[in-house]
Design a protein around this ligand. Sequence first.
Ligand SMILES: *[C@@H]1O[C@H](CO)[C@@H](O)[C@H](O)[C@H]1NC(C)=O
Ligand SMILES: *[C@@H]1O[C@H](CO)[C@@H](O)[C@H](O)[C@H]1NC(C)=O
Ligand SMILES: *[C@@H]1O[C@H](CO)[C@@H](O)[C@H](O)[C@H]1NC(C)=O
Ligand SMILES: *[C@@H]1O[C@H](CO)[C@@H](O)[C@H](O)[C@H]1NC(C)=O
Ligand SMILES: *[C@@H]1O[C@H](CO)[C@@H](O)[C@H](O)[C@H]1NC(C)=O
Ligand SMILES: *[C@@H]1O[C@H](CO)[C@@H](O)[C@H](O)[C@H]1NC(C)=O
Length: 369
Amino acid sequence: MGRNGSCMQICFLLSVVYAAAVERVVWAQTTSAANYVPVDNILISCGSSTNVTVDGGRVFQADNTAKTLASGGVSASISQPSPNLLYPTLMQQARFFTTNVSYTFTVTPGRHWIRLYFYPFAFANWAANASLFSVTANQFVLLDGFRPSSWTTPDFPSLFREYAVNVSSSLVLGFNPAPGSYAFINALEVVSMPSDLYSDDASLLGQAGSITPLGLADCAIQAMFHLNVGGASVSSQNDSTGMWQTWQPDYLFIFSAAVGTTGDVPVTSIEYPTTLPEYIAPATVYATAREMGGSNTINQNFNLIWIFPVDLGYTYFVRLHFCEIFFSAINQRVFNVYINNQTAETAMDIIALTGHPDWPLYQDFAVPM
Ligand SMILES: *[C@@H]1O[C@H](CO)[C@@H](O)[C@H](O)[C@H]1NC(C)=O
Ligand SMILES: *[C@@H]1O[C@H](CO)[C@@H](O)[C@H](O)[C@H]1NC(C)=O
Ligand SMILES: *[C@@H]1O[C@H](CO)[C@@H](O)[C@H](O)[C@H]1NC(C)=O
Ligand SMILES: *[C@@H]1O[C@H](CO)[C@@H](O)[C@H](O)[C@H]1NC(C)=O
Ligand SMILES: *[C@@H]1O[C@H](CO)[C@@H](O)[C@H](O)[C@H]1NC(C)=O
Ligand SMILES: *[C@@H]1O[C@H](CO)[C@@H](O)[C@H](O)[C@H]1NC(C)=O
């Protein structure tokens, strides 16, 4: 494992589509096949005096009109933002805080995505790298001792963090600067998610078949990676789930030179079974894949391996998405899945499980680190 610190290794002998979200989540059983329309879809452009529209139609409301900010903070802006920003018109404003300040949102009860966008820039007497703060969401600490500038580079000048938090009625997002420092935020989103997107049990890794209640209702989940294996990035704009998720390509996470081969089918050939809601993952993600060798290659003697940096002391929820887009009969592709050298699945045959080519399937694992 050629990395410092801890990491999680996921290894497939043939994989199709893989995505991972952190902290925990699992098997959905619903009959709705429609994409999801979030009840709450709150988008805020922080420090801005005008609404900002991105992605061809998402309006981030100016926070001086949104009436969600208790008080305080300074409207900051940069006239020449980095050309490498994905959303320059949104990121060139920020609200800076030198005291603890909170945004309060009234929302419908249930789990919500909280997305926080940070683009560190210098403003007035504040250096871009002098910002150090924590962020809370109700009783949860989302970020602690957070220095955004230590996560950016000239090529990737901004960052975002994504969480899923269960809220009963009101959501208070707190920004608390470290003594002598300041906090800031450029934009934020609070978007409802389906209550069954992540349910409360997953197979605990290393205890074959045992389903473990994770107590999710009481957890804040941080989404770490959503990967589109074998395909390009899927922008929030192109995410057909209705939740504006972003999917990254997987190649940055592949370990070793054995990268297999990638392939795809038209997105329209993906069919969701009635038991699988389309918001589980976009068809674009299921329509691309990475496999070992070409068609009809037998007994490939290597593994496909992905490696992820993780923090010890947390349970990681790993959701693997599969869709057999190359073969149509059972026994044509059979493989094992290992996570951190432990067996997660043996003799997995997607067609045997789904009964159909081009039908998605996913499996969830809880991985204590
Ligand atoms: C800004 O957006 C909010 C919410 O979408 C809307 O109510 C308001 O009219 C917009 N303001 C302007 C000036 O367009
Ligand atoms: C911020 O950048 C300045 C100038 O490059 C440097 O002197 C200072 O040590 C940095 N501060 C922190 C907290 O990284
Ligand atoms: C600001 O928030 C931090 C973190 O929650 C807390 O430790 C600190 O006491 C708060 N400061 C004030 C002045 O309320
Ligand atoms: C959110 O919390 C409430 C109250 O604890 C619980 O009834 C509900 O099932 C939770 N929802 C989710 C999606 O975890
Ligand atoms: C969305 O998908 C379309 C069609 O594949 C593509 O042309 C466009 O560039 C994508 N948009 C973004 C923001 O990635
Ligand atoms: C997996 O096993 C290999 C070989 O025994 C070992 O080098 C590696 O450190 C193990 N990885 C993990 C995550 O335990």
